[in-house]
Design a protein around this ligand. Structure first.
Ligand code: CAA
Ligand code: NAI
Length: 246
């Protein structure tokens, strides 16, 4: 029980990596808020986990909307009395080559992947500070570290998340709050399933382990960074990509 009685908010928890993290954290004794835009899937996922005896609550949120985020934080504190862990996992892609990228798709990806992380962290912060300890984990990407064809918007957002992570690690360390990022490689979820099959194969071939990740690979990294085992890890970007570029 590495997270016994810890209150964790996991954004984008209804699907893919976020769902794997909700399940993993619940297994380790956390009280988990599954926060997602996707209401139908989120309600189903939370009720399935509650039926298995876990303490999971669904709260709908649009991380790009500050009012909606404030409601998420207020409802979490009403339900569980505080917040110990925030996993900023929600994210979207709107891939296109630079020449064809719609400005609205550039903006939308920045709004969710970057401003969404800012919104959630700023709103949760007073509650983490009042406890004098806490863990914030931001989701970056291999694309934010190395760039990727067709991902001007996404790579920019994920690189910016790394800059924010390191700034917050410096700013919040003295408050007892650790801030780290995970940079997943290509991981089998709906996000990757949208890619052309030949490009998925091309990506797989450059991974030293010669396979794509699975959501649990990333959830386990979140778990390490959320648990006391990582108490002296701060401002780090943990690459969980099977070895793409080293
Ligand atoms: N790496 C290398 N080459 C790529 C590429 C990639 N990721 N994506 C596209 N290309 C190449 C294509 O093979 C093609 O090459 P040729 O001209 O030699 O044939 C060229 O770029 C143009 O591609 P398309 O013909 O497909 O152009 P399009 O305008 O129809 O579509 C696209 C462009 C939407 C970007 C489409 O190619 C695509 O979806 N590519 C995949 C982009 C990608 O890797 N997204 C990652 C999604 S998963 C994720 O984001 C999670 C994460 O954090 C990693
Ligand atoms: P996914 O598409 O399976 O799940 C994303 C979840 O975020 C969905 O449940 C969706 O409803 C939710 N979401 C989207 N917009 C939201 C919003 N505005 N407010 C609240 N929730 C919202 O994607 P996946 O693959 O599980 O991605 C999770 C995170 O991991 C994302 O930040 C993604 O960018 C990142 N990532 C994924 C990789 C992959 O290969 N799958 C690789 C590197 C990073």
């Amino acid at each position: 029980m590495r997270l016994h009685n810890q209150v964790a908010i996991i954004t984008g928890g209804a699907n893919g990596i976020g769902y794997a993290a909700v399940e993993r954290f619940a297994e380790e004794g956390a009280k988990v808020v599954l926060a997602d835009y996707d209401e139908a899937t989120g309600i189903d996922a939370a009720s399935k986990l509650r039926d298995s005896g876990y303490d999971v609550t669904f709260i709908q949120v649009d991380v790009a909307n500050r009012e909606s985020v404030q409601q998420l934080i207020d409802r979490t504190v009403e339900t569980y009395g505080g917040i110990d862990i925030l996993i900023n996992n929600a994210g979207i892609t709107r891939d296109a080559m630079l020449a064809k990228m719609e400005p609205s798709n550039f903006q939308q990806v920045l709004d969710v992947n970057l401003t969404g992380v800012f919104n959630c962290t700023q709103s949760a912060l007073p509650h983490l500070i009042s406890k004098g300890k806490g863990k914030i984990i931001n989701t970056s990407s291999v694309s934010g570290v190395y760039g990727n064809v067709g991902q001007t918007n996404y790579a920019a957002s994920k690189a910016a998340v790394i800059g924010m992570t390191k700034s917050w690690a410096k700013e919040l360390g003295r408050k007892g709050i650790n801030v780290n990022a995970v940079a997943p490689g290509f991981t089998r979820t709906a996000m990757v399933e949208k890619m052309p099959e030949n490009i998925i194969e091309q990506m797989k071939s450059i991974v030293a382990l010669q396979r794509l990740g699975v959501p649990k690979d990333i959830a386990n990294a979140y778990l390490f960074l959320a648990s006391s085992e990582s108490d002296y890890v701060n401002g780090h970007v943990l690459h969980v990509d099977g070895g793409i570029m080293m």
